[in-house]
Design a protein around this ligand. Structure first.
Ligand SMILES: [Zn+2]
Length: 418
């Protein structure tokens, strides 16, 4: 029997506290919007003092990550809007449109994190919340309707803030019972057994097992290995049986990623970078490849999360070996100075790349991220080009210590005359 998750020791958290102690506090104001239907019925049941309790818990949960959330109950906005009051996220047929409405309303509160409290689509109020990085708000249920382990779910807002700041769940697999999980893990090979979880090395990749959600168990044995149950982790679905011991927090790597996403959100004024803004840029998959060494290309459809965040919903995936390189040819109609930029993809197994035009280095990109996400616009140096065909070369420089590979993803290339 092996211990699968030895990385999670109190000492890790302790040293991270010391490291993050020097980081500046990230302060955010929350803007609560309490929804009802157009006729005022089915109002979400979230009062100021209840929202304040959710915020207080979030401040405890995010304290080590050096985040602080401020909330003023006197500034709660109430809004009659049936479509928003019904929203459940990606399962809604009209989600892209509803998300757009939510984003437009959120834009009226610049610099604040907008949290919608809604009733849900059914007669009975929903207990679920959700959020993600490609829109600009958090969605929550009524306070008493969010229940877990037979009690009110006080950690829900803190958890959804995690998604808002780009954190995925600690697990990538769910089972109803230990039996079911055991059968799966015994049948699977070692690699499949350990699983990827959230791809951060300091959180356990333990699957979620519903039967254990509210118990006091600390380990579960699956396929001959012991898995630590991350009840302490805000992005797991495990809770402690004893509500007094149920303070859930973030690991050092989760904290670091959330801070990076927070920075990107603040810089971009909202959602994580998107390649939607690429405009007239040339799709990499349409460019002719002149040379490739240690790089294998393939057009990939970004069908999982938010394909609209990539141009035409796809990119050129480049499987790469260390020191691989790829040279593409791009056309220039008339001579002059050109502003250039790359729109790419970030992912858990992407490396660091360097870009050059006709042998001159114009920029670099660290492609690592714990989730697959568009890079947004990566500005390159301005170049002088003559009319004709030119070489755009990508070299793999290495990889971030967290990354599992050297690959890279290219969406499109901006070449605009100055
Ligand atoms: Zn979640």
């Amino acid at each position: 029997m092996r211990l699968a998750c030895i990385a999670v020791l109190p000492i890790v958290v302790h040293s991270a506290v010391l490291a993050l102690d020097r980081e500046p506090l990230k302060k955010f104001r929350l803007q609560a919007i309490v929804l009802a239907d157009d006729d005022g019925s089915r109002a979400a049941a979230a009062a100021g003092f209840q929202i304040q309790r959710w915020v207080d818990y979030a401040n405890e949960a995010w304290r080590l990550a050096r985040f602080r959330f401020e909330f003023d109950p006197r500034r709660i906005v109430t809004l009659r809007h049936t479509r928003l009051n019904r929203m459940m996220g990606e399962e809604d047929g009209d989600w892209p449109e509803v998300r757009g409405i939510g984003d437009r309303i959120a834009a009226r509160f610049p610099g604040r994190i907008v949290v919608f409290f809604r009733h849900g689509p059914g007669e009975e109020p929903t207990g679920r919340g959700f959020s993600w990085t490609d829109y600009n708000f958090i969605v929550m249920p009524g306070f008493e309707h969010s229940r877990v382990c037979g009690r009110q779910n006080i950690a829900l807002l803190a958890h959804e803030l995690g998604h808002y700041f780009g954190l995925v769940h600690t697990f990538d697999r769910e089972f109803r019972t230990v039996q079911e999980a055991m059968r799966h893990y015994e049948a699977a090979g070692h690699e499949l057994r350990t699983g990827a979880g959230n791809r951060l090395s300091d959180t356990p990749s333990t699957p979620h097992i519903q039967e254990l959600q509210c118990t006091a168990d600390q380990f579960v044995e699956l396929g001959g290995e012991l898995y630590l149950i991350p009840r302490w982790n805000l992005m797991s679905y495990y809770y402690h049986a004893d509500p007094k011991r149920d303070l859930r927090q973030l690991s050092p790597q989760q904290s670091a990623w959330a801070r990076r996403v927070a920075h990107l959100r603040q810089k971009g004024g909202g959602p994580l970078p998107s390649n939607r803004t690429a405009g007239q840029a040339i799709a990499f998959e349409s460019l002719e490849i002149e040379r490739q060494s240690g790089v294998w290309t393939e057009v990939q459809t970004m069908s999982h999360r938010g394909p609209e965040n990539w141009t035409r919903g796809r990119h050129l995936f480049c499987r790469a070996a260390p020191k691989g390189s790829l040279t593409l040819l791009f056309p220039v109609k008339e001579g002059g100075r050109y502003r250039m930029a790359v729109y790419g993809t970030l992912a858990p197994d992407y490396g660091r790349t360097r870009f050059s035009v006709e042998g001159r280095v114009v920029g670099e990109l660290d492609g690592w991220a714990p989730l697959i996400t568009p890079s947004g616009r990566v500005g390159l140096k301005t170049v002088r080009l003559q009319a004709g065909t030119h070489r755009f070369r990508i070299d793999v420089l290495g990889k971030n210590a967290e990354s599992n590979g050297y690959h890279f993803g290219l969406d499109c290339l901006e070449v605009s005359k100055l």
